[in-house]
Design a binder for this molecule. Structure first.
Ligand code: NDP
Length: 289
């Protein structure tokens, strides 16, 4: 089994470039899908308090840290892995912003996950109108100093939000997780991240499945004899993103992980670069409050 290449965050913590996303995974399915993903080679999992499936993720991943093989099914797999082989991200929900509320929300998340620490804790949306993200981030810094999170960051932050945050932040965010796929390539944010040492993590990397139908993607799929999903995920790796596709079957989970044995070449990258159209599948961060 091939394991994803890793990238080093700005604080030295390493993360798999390819992870597994759990938005819209029903709570009852989470443990089974995380176990299928572990078996396929994923070691990086992206959940959130809002997804309602932290407990299910914890069933597969949290129990794994006890090495008892009783969690998600495969005893052998569980015995072969240590907690430090995994990277678990969760996120602070909007209603829990504010210093004290963030600390309480983190306690609740970690208890649902059954973990002693998470690898990455993110502010899910800036919710700028609430005016609380700098306070919330101060709580993330507290958790970071206490060693309860290995890295902290943000999600859905636009340049103005990052600029505001950095006026008071003592720890530069390790990650900004943003909507990013060939139809929304986020050139401005990616350049800003590069200049600040922030890693770009792509959510809805397949455009929630919609970009799979793009004719250019389909042409590349035929030329490389790879699925449309593999073409897009490979593009993410080659342009430098961390990427966290979601899928609901073990076949797709495996397919999405099998992207390390080919490359798109300059022509493929150029063709995909031409697909930018400013198309969002999710909310504009300026409208979420
Ligand atoms: P994705 O771009 O990952 O697309 C998921 C969709 O693509 C699903 O409908 C899935 O179908 C389909 N799909 C996956 N693999 C294949 C394949 N090989 N062939 C055909 N179809 C496929 O969308 P998400 O919105 O789920 O984003 C990924 C992750 O990003 C989330 O799960 C979450 O962790 C994170 N995220 C973060 C947000 C944030 O605000 N920070 C917002 C949104 C997402 P099926 O499930 O039926 O297999």
């Amino acid at each position: 089994m091939r394991i994803s290449p890793r990238l080093t965050l700005n604080n030295g913590v390493m993360v798999d470039r390819l992870g597994f996303g759990l938005y819209k995974v029903p709570p009852a399915d989470a443990a089974g899908l995380v176990t299928a993903a572990l078996e396929a080679g994923y070691r990086h999992f992206d959940t959130a308090a809002m997804y309602g499936n932290e407990t299910g993720v914890g069933k597969a991943v949290g129990a794994l840290s006890a090495f008892d093989g009783s969690a998600g099914g495969s005893g052998e797999l569980h015995r072969a892995l240590a907690r430090e082989d995994l990277f678990v991200t969760t996120k602070l929900w909007n209603d829990d912003q504010g210093y004290d509320a963030t600390l309480r929300a983190f306690d609740a998340s970690i208890s649902r996950l059954g973990l002693a620490y998470v690898d990455l804790y993110l502010i899910h949306w800036p919710c700028a109108k609430r005016g609380l993200f700098t306070e919330s981030y101060r709580a993330l810094e507290t958790l970071y100093r206490e060693g309860r999170v290995r890295a902290i960051g943000v999600s859905n932050f636009q340049p103005a939000h990052l600029e505001r945050l950095l006026q008071s932040a003592e720890v530069v965010p390790a990650v900004n997780q943003i909507e990013l796929h060939p139809w929304l390539q986020q050139a401005e944010l990616r350049a800003l991240h590069a200049s600040l040492g922030i890693t770009t993590e792509a959510w809805s990397p397949l455009g929630r499945g919609q970009v799979l139908q793009d004719p250019v993607v389909l042409e590349l799929s035929a030329a490389h004899r790879r699925s449309a999903a593999q073409i897009i995920l490979r593009w993410h790796l080659e342009v430098g993103n961390v990427v966290i596709p979601k899928a609901s079957s073990s076949g797709r989970i495996r397919e999405n992980h099998d992207i390390f044995g080919f490359s798109l070449g300059t022509a493929g990258l150029d063709a995909l670069a031409g697909l930018e159209r400013g198309f969002r599948t999710g909310s504009n961060p300026d409208n979420v409050n």
